[in-house]
Design a protein around this ligand. Structure first.
Ligand code: AP5
Length: 217
């Protein structure tokens, strides 16, 4: 399976990808995680992306497409789930072109649908592990010990782009530039709309139900 997971900031893409990977054994490729790694390593790519990410704007397509096509091409035979990419119609078309050149295609698209009011609560309460990338929430998905990662005991951090002001810009970018990607895929692919306002376990159950049915076809 080659899957794309679409959804607004805070829809739960990262949370659900980890569960999809655990069940179906896919490779998880998150454009946001790769960009944050590049920034932490101080690479040219990380420096180019920095100002866009800090303001909540999208990083230019040309930078993202090159980065994600390179990540996918590293393991050409591996099935994957894409998280946060593609985020513009142009990125989706470039991805399709690149996959077609090696006889591949996106098999299924999961579209996590969430109300804007729910996004703010999720973003401001999110805490992440800087070591293993595990994601928690101060109310919805608490670690066993407050502020500490269950997996490796690291101190949890808050992402710098999770302030209310930046989240508002990220939502704007989502509605203007990423929502049209859903229609792009609806014209060519199997798209599953998932109610992401529900709790994380209920969302996982909906995703697994759809993917299980898809795998059997
Ligand atoms: P990115 O890192 O991709 O951020 P995002 O899409 O805004 O998504 P998030 O990671 O914030 O949220 P998520 O949907 O993964 O939610 P999560 O599972 O963490 O991108 C960051 C930036 O990089 C962009 O702004 C842009 O600048 C740049 N960028 C990245 N990709 C790009 C691209 N393709 N093109 C251009 N620029 C790009 O959950 C959120 C919180 O809610 C957590 O605390 C979690 O515990 C909790 N939670 C999750 N699910 C539930 C639930 N069902 N119920 C209750 N709580 C839940």
């Amino acid at each position: 399976m080659r899957i794309v997971l679409l959804g607004a900031p805070g829809a739960g893409k990262g949370t659900q990808c980890k569960r999809i990977v655990a069940k179906y054994g896919l490779l998880h490729l998150s454009s946001g995680d790769i960009l944050r790694q590049e920034r932490a390593a101080g690479t040219e790519l990380g420096k180019k992306a920095q100002s866009y990410m800090d303001s909540g704007a999208l990083v230019p397509d040309v930078v993202i497409v090159e980065m994600m096509v390179a990540a996918i091409s590293k393991t050409p035979q591996t099935w994957f789930v894409l998280d946060g990419f593609p985020r513009t119609v142009n990125q989706a078309a470039e991805l399709d072109k690149s996959l077609a050149s090696v006889g591949q295609k996106i098999d299924a698209v999961l579209n996590l649908k969430i109300d804007d009011q729910v996004v703010a609560q999720r973003m401001t309460g999110r805490r992440s592990c800087p070591q293993c990338g595990a994601v928690y929430h101060i109310e919805n998905l608490k670690p066993k010990v407050e502020g500490i990662c269950d997996n490796d005991g690291a101190k949890l951090i808050q992402r710098s782009d999770d302030s209310l002001e930046v989240v508002a810009n990220r939502l704007k970018a989502y509605h203007q530039q990423t929502e049209p990607v859903v229609d792009y895929y609806k014209n060519n692919n199997t798209v599953y709309d998932i109610d992401a306002n529900r709790n994380a376990d209920e969302v996982t159950a909906l995703i697994f139900e759809n993917l299980d049915a898809f795998v059997k076809v």
